[in-house]
Design a protein around this ligand. Structure first.
Ligand SMILES: Cc1ncc(COP(=O)(O)O)c(C=O)c1O
Length: 388
């Protein structure tokens, strides 16, 4: 028994993954393998630090974040080999917020901003909601691996794309980009004066045999967003970090955030983050082994029970990208079938910008038995209607 096998009752805690099932999927008993948070308790050290702080009972304005920023730098150094000084860090409530800020700080209304679909939906929202134009640079599946299409990206760069929003590691296809891939895309963007903003929120989910490379280690002018919230399951505490290579960019971002009224960060969020980074590494190492074993089990089960479904190999993240085109259903039919007939709630491929049709994303960060039951239920349901 692993600590991650514990059935933590989340229903009734106002959490979207469990309590949102009826409203979002129309079925409150569906096994929720959708939105990207985990059904695991955060490390004990985080709970202890929060309890102690709450016990004090006074929650006024904070004073100095230097120490908290230093802890982020130490984590980046130890975990990912990135040397960065604490003055190059800014805090932000969340990475989605940071994407919106970055698009506004580093491009103008009407500019083209590139993204690589299928990709986390808010990438597109951050571009469109702020009056920029998306340039789609779709990933391509080649030799069983999702890859960037740099030739097509170059067409966009020639047309004046100002910014590339890169997801690294990539949600939903689960790739950890190699040093070579990151070097190539960075060199190409530099050639055309296009800035790179990387969302590295999944950086700490390096499944065994894979190594995440911070973009700042390749491109010293990149703007990178990291967060302890995915790593240690703290999303509701709303605290993340922005890392800058250039002081000028940090100042531009700082001005933008001040101009739209983003002030201090939540004191409990920062405390949770600092504690997790300082003391949570052994917990994370165990989690990665657990997730990798679940990944391996899913691959075996899917090959046996639903062999015509394409399962992208997970290198990073805990999100598995399933190609379900084999069932010949429209996206709407696929979504409804999986909920109604199998009682499983997955994320629809089309919520990941264009190019997600025919796919569903499955979150495996839950006790393994939940994933196994979900696969069983789906295979039984699909067998009833299919000869595949
Ligand atoms: C790639 C990516 N970026 C950002 C987020 C959300 O970040 P935050 O909760 O810090 O806004 C997610 C959550 O799933 C994600 O997958």
């Amino acid at each position: 028994m692993s600590m991650f096998d514990e059935d933590v009752r989340r229903a009734g805690t106002n959490c979207v993954k469990w309590d949102g099932r009826e409203k979002i999927f129309g079925r409150e008993d569906a096994i929720p393998l959708w939105v990207a948070d985990m059904d695991f308790r955060s490390p004990g050290c985080v709970k202890r630090a929060l309890l102690e702080r709450v016990e004090h009972g006074v929650f006024g304005y904070p004073f100095d974040m230097t120490g908290a920023k230093q802890i982020v730098c130490e984590w980046e150094k130890k975990r990912h080999g990135l040397n960065i000084e604490n003055e190059m860090v800014l805090f932000s409530p969340g990475v989605v917020d940071s994407l919106y800020f970055a698009v506004q700080a580093f491009s103008e209304k009407g500019d083209s901003v590139a993204l690589q679909p299928p990709v986390y939906g808010p990438f597109l929202h951050a571009i469109e909601d702020t009056g920029r134009k998306p340039f789609f640079n779709p990933l391509k599946l080649s030799g069983g691996k999702w890859r960037m299409d740099l030739n097509q990206l170059e067409d966009g760069l020639k047309q004046g794309v100002k910014l590339l929003l890169l997801c690294s590691p990539h949600n939903p296809v689960g790739r950890i980009w190699t040093r070579e891939e990151l070097t190539e895309v960075s060199a190409l963007c530099r050639r055309y004066g296009c800035r790179i903003v990387t969302d590295e929120i999944h950086a700490d989910f390096e499944l065994p045999g894979n190594r995440h490379i911070p973009m700042l280690n390749i491109d010293p002018e990149a703007i990178c967003f990291v967060s302890s919230t995915k790593t240690f399951n703290l999303a509701g505490l709303r605290c993340s970090s922005m890392l800058f290579g250039k002081g000028e960019d940090r100042d531009t971002m700082d001005r933008l955030m001040n101009s739209i009224g983003i002030g201090e960060i939540n004191i409990l969020g920062v405390l949770a983050q600092s504690t997790a980074y300082a003391e949570g590494a052994p917990w994370l190492d165990e989690l990665l082994l657990y997730l990798d074993e679940t990944r391996r089990t899913v691959e075996i089960e899917m090959a046996e029970k639903m062999p015509s479904v394409g399962v992208s190999r997970l290198e990073g993240t805990y999100l598995m990208w399933l190609d379900m085109k084999c069932f010949g259903m429209s996206q709407r039919e696929l979504e409804e079938f999986i909920v109604k007939e199998a009682g499983v709630a997955l994320s629809s491929g089309t919520s990941f910008c264009p190019h997600g049709e025919g796919f569903m994303r499955m979150n495996i960060a839950t006790p393994r038995k939940n994933v196994l039951i979900a696969i069983d239920r789906m295979s039984v349901a699909f067998k009833k209607i299919s000869t595949l």
